[in-house]
Each structure stands twice: as C-alpha cells, then as structure tokens.
Write a protein of this length. Sequence first.
Length: 255
Amino acid sequence: MSFRCSQAPRRWLQRRWRLAVAGFLVVTALTAPPAAAALLPASYVVDSQPRMAGAVAIVGDSLTVSYIAGLPATLRSAGFGPFQIEARSARRTIVGLPGVTPGIEGVRHIRSSGFDPPLWVIALGTNDINPTARPVGAADLTIVALLDEIGPGHRVLWVNTFAARSDANARAFNERLAQLATTRPNLVIADWYSLASGNRQWIRDDGVHPTATGAVQRNEFVVQQAFAARPAPPAPPARDPIVRLQPTGLRSVRQ
C-alpha cells in the first residue's frame, strides 16, 4: 500500500510534465508568424528502381529543399533505390505551422504510399532548436516522438543541426540527439554541425542555409553517411548437408 501511494505522485508529476511540454510546443506553433503555403517550397520525389545499396526514405526541411534537384542523382550514384524524399521549407519535427506539415506527417505521407524502407534519414531539427530550448525535456519529446513514429525494426540516421546565430540552442539540441543515440542502437547521428562549422564558406549569411556549393557538399555528406548507416542484410540460411548416391554405395558429402 505504501508503495502505491509513493508512486502515484511521481506518475502524476510525469503526466503534468508531458502535458506542459506538449502544451508549450502547441503554443509556439499557434503564436508563430503565419506562412503562405504557396510561397514555401516543398518537394516529393519518388524513385521506384531497386539498386545495390537498398531502399531509403529522407524527410527534411529547407536544407534538404535547397538542392533537391541534385539529391536524387547523388542517391542513384551511391546505389540507393528505391527511395523517396519528402521535404518542406520551415518544417518542424512534430509541430505543424500554417501551410507546413511537420516531419512526422512526412513520415506518414511516405508510408501511405506503401513504402517503408529499413533506413530512414531525418534531416530535421533546425526549426526546432529555439522553440525546444525551453522547457526542459522539449527536445527529447520532439525527437522521441518521431523515432517512435518510425518504430522498431528500422535504422534512423538523424542529421544534426547547425545555426550560427543560435549556436547554443543548436548544440543543446544536438547533445540531446547524441544522448538518445546511446540508448537507442538504431539511431545514428550524421554530424553536419562539425562539418559546417569547419566550412563556413558553405553557409549563407543567415548562418543556416547552404550556398550552392554548400548544398552540393551537404547532399554528398548525407548520402555518404546514409550509405555507412545501412542496416546489415539478413544472413542467408545455413545449407543442410547433401547426401549423394555413389557407385559404391551411400556416402554423405558435406558442402
């Protein structure tokens, strides 16, 4: 009896914490400046051709849109296929804005077509770093919600964030990603932050979006990381010993 009484307040506090974080995320969406859907670039690319590197899905924001024309060719060159790319500018991970579906809806959109590859690349978080800086736990709630949507049995490569004008918040979000990866073996981090920090000439004056050269470099980086993160193919079944008839009688020959 005493055990049940001591656990009840803890569960009540956990529920209140989750509700507070979720409420904060909703309020930030409702108070965000309205955006005209027609003015926000979006892309949905489908390639149904199987290739050596296997299937992959990419869900991204404006950094993925920045050179979407070149990304399919880069995926094909690396041997990926079939693949789908679903990206929108101003996209957040789990919170929608006027005219902008969140990343979690991007995952659902891809799956609605019947496509559910073993490897998912999530290039999101840049538009979440400031809204999730407070309260404590908002970044974790955001990341875990998308990972749970993708679900078990998948490898997730998450491209972390770089934002020169919000560096502390970008690093804080990236730290939460890295920490969650220690407890989720199927989560792998692509460290865009370090690469962009060392190549600031690839980044525009806004401190976030890549230049034309930077977009090409980012695409190549993401695809290389995706290739390295591919789940191992299942092992072929073991073959049973073969028994052959020999002229002098029966003999078991193992191959």
